[in-house]
Ligand binder design. Sequence first.
Ligand SMILES: [Zn+2]
Length: 67
Amino acid sequence: MPIYKYRCKKCKTVFEFLKTGTSDTPVCDTCGCKELDKQVTAFSVRSEDPVPANRSCRTGTCSCSGS
Ligand SMILES: [Zn+2]
């Protein structure tokens, strides 16, 4: 399944969005903003992503990291 990574243009939160086949629109879990930069999740390229791969939420204040 393809996992897309998005970065919120407002609060800069980076999160991963698992596309499940429906046309769900990803929304920032932190601020609810829909203005997102889609990150390329090429499995080998992580050129300018300041957030470690195992942390989808930089602030830790939202529940977007899942469990
Ligand atoms: Zn946000």
